[in-house]
Design a protein around this ligand. Structure first.
Ligand code: SF4
Length: 353
C-alpha cells in the first residue's frame, strides 16, 4: 500500500464475493483498507444473502444490497445502478468477483481506481490489475488481501484473520425468539453443504454425535442450522433425535450469526457457516471430505480441521465418483466427539451452569 493515503473526502467501494464463506475470507482486505485509510468510509456491495455477513464487519460503513438476479447480465439495470453509485462519490473500487459483469459497475460509475484480478480478461475495466497464479495452491484470505497492495508488491505473510462481531443484544433477542436458554450449553451443527452431497458428513454420524453429547450433558441444546436447501437433511437428523432444535431454513442469516456467536461449539461441513464460526472465534470442528482442508481453513486458534486425507481426496466432486464416499463415511462420530468433548469441558468451566 505505497500509493499514499487517500483524502478524507474519498470513499471506497468493495464489491463482495457471492458466497458466504468467501465474503468472510475477504474481511482481512477490509481490515487492511481501513488500517491504511482510517478516515475513509468503506462501503460494500453484496447480494442480499451475503449482506448479513458484511453487516457483522466493524470496518464496513454501509452495506449496499445488489438488486441483480444471480447469474444474469442485466446490462440496463447495471447501468442505472452504476449511476446511483456515481452519486455516492467513490474514488476507488475493489472488485472481488472475477466476472466481467461485476467489473462493469465501477467502470460505468466512473470510479477512477478499479482494483481486481484479471478474471475474465477485464482489461480496461480493471485498471489496477492483479494476476492470479492458477498453478499454485491458493488460500482465499491472501488471495483477497493481496488487492490491498500494488500488484508489484508481495503481500505480507502475517495477514489479519477474518473477524466478525455480533452484539449481546442481538444474541439475546435471537435466543429468545428461537426458544433457547442462554444459561444452558448451546452446540450448533451445520449439516448442509451448498456445493453438493459429497461434502456432507452423513446424517447417521450427526445423529450419533448428538446422542453422545446428550449422554454427557442432557442439558445441552443442539441446534441445526442451514438454508432451506438443508431442511431435508436436518429433518432426517431430527427424526433420529427429536430433541434437536431444527432451525435450518427457519432463521435469517442474521439470526444464524447470532446463534453461532452464542454457541459453545459448532460442528460443520465445509460450508459458509464454518467460516462464520471461525471468524466469530467460536470453537468449530470442521469436517472435510472431498475438499482440501488447506484451501480455505478455519482461521482461529480454537478451530479443529478433521480430514481422513484419503488418497482419492481432494476430488472436489459434488458426488463421490467412487460411490463409496469413504472420506466422510469412515470419519465416524467418535473422531468428532474427541475434540468436541474437550471444547465442551473447557466451556463448562468458563460458563456458569
Ligand atoms: S472420491 Fe474420495 S474424496 Fe472424493 S468423494 Fe469419494 S471418497 Fe471422498
Amino acid at each position: 500500500m505505497s500509493e499514499g493515503k487517500l483524502h478524507a473526502q474519498h470513499r471506497i467501494l468493495v464489491i463482495a464475493p457471492n458466497w458466504i464463506g468467501d465474503a468472510v475470507m475477504a474481511q482481512p482486505l477490509l481490515q487492511l483498507l481501513k488500517l491504511e485509510h482510517p478516515a475513509v468510509p468503506v462501503d460494500v456491495l453484496a447480494p442480499g444473502w451475503v449482506a448479513p455477513v458484511l453487516r457483522a464487519m466493524p470496518e464496513v460503513d454501509t452495506v449496499l444490497e445488489t438488486p441483480f438476479k444471480h447469474g444474469a447480465l442485466q446490462l440496463r439495470e447495471r447501468w442505472r445502478y452504476a449511476q446511483l453509485l456515481r452519486q455516492r462519490g467513490y474514488t476507488s473500487a475493489y472488485v472481488l468477483p472475477n466476472t466481467l459483469k461485476f467489473a462493469l459497475l465501477p467502470w460505468m460509475a466512473g470510479i477512477k481506481k478499479r482494483v481486481g484480478y484479471k478474471g475474465e480478461s477485464r482489461y480496461g475495466l480493471i485498471n489496477v490489475m492483479h494476476h492470479d497464479d492458477k498453478a499454485a495452491p491458493r488460500a482465499m484470505v491472501p488471495f483477497y488481501a493481496a488487492l490491498a497492495f500494488p500488484p508489484s508488491e508481495q503481500a505480507p505473510q502475517d495477514l489479519p484473520r477474518p473477524h466478525l462481531q455480533v452484539s449481546a443484544g442481538q444474541i439475546a433477542v435471537t435466543m429468545q425468539a428461537m426458544g433457547l436458554q442462554q444459561d444452558q450449553p448451546l452446540v450448533c451443527f451445520a449439516p448442509g453443504a451448498e456445493f453438493g452431497n459429497a461434502k456432507r458428513w452423513p446424517v447417521t454420524h450427526f445423529s450419533e454425535l448428538a446422542k453422545t453429547v446428550w449422554a454427557t450433558d442432557p442439558q445441552a441444546q443442539i441446534v441445526l442450522l442451514g438454508s432451506p436447501k438443508d431442511r431435508d437433511v436436518c429433518q432426517q437428523i431430527q427424526s433420529a433425535c427429536p430433541q434437536v432444535h431444527q432451525l435450518a431454513g427457519k432463521t435469517s442469516l442474521d439470526q444464524a450469526l447470532a446463534l453461532i456467536a452464542a454457541s459453545h461449539a459448532m460442528v460443520s461441513n465445509d460450508s459458509g457457516l464454518l467460516h462464520i464460526a471461525s471468524a466469530l472465534n467460536i470453537p468449530v470442528i470442521a469436517i472435510y471430505g472431498p475438499t482440501d482442508p488447506d484451501h480455505a481453513p478455519p482461521f482461529s486458534d480454537v478451530a479443529h480441521s478433521l480430514s481422513l486425507r484419503l488418497a482419492c481426496a481432494p476430488c472436489k466432486q459434488r458426488e463421490c465418483p467412487l460411490l463409496h464416499h469413504d472420506c466422510m463415511n469412515k470419519l465416524d462420530s467418535q473422531m468428532v466427539w474427541q475434540p468436541l468433548q474437550n471444547i465442551l469441558v473447557t466451556a463448562s468451566r468458563r460458563v456458569p451452569a
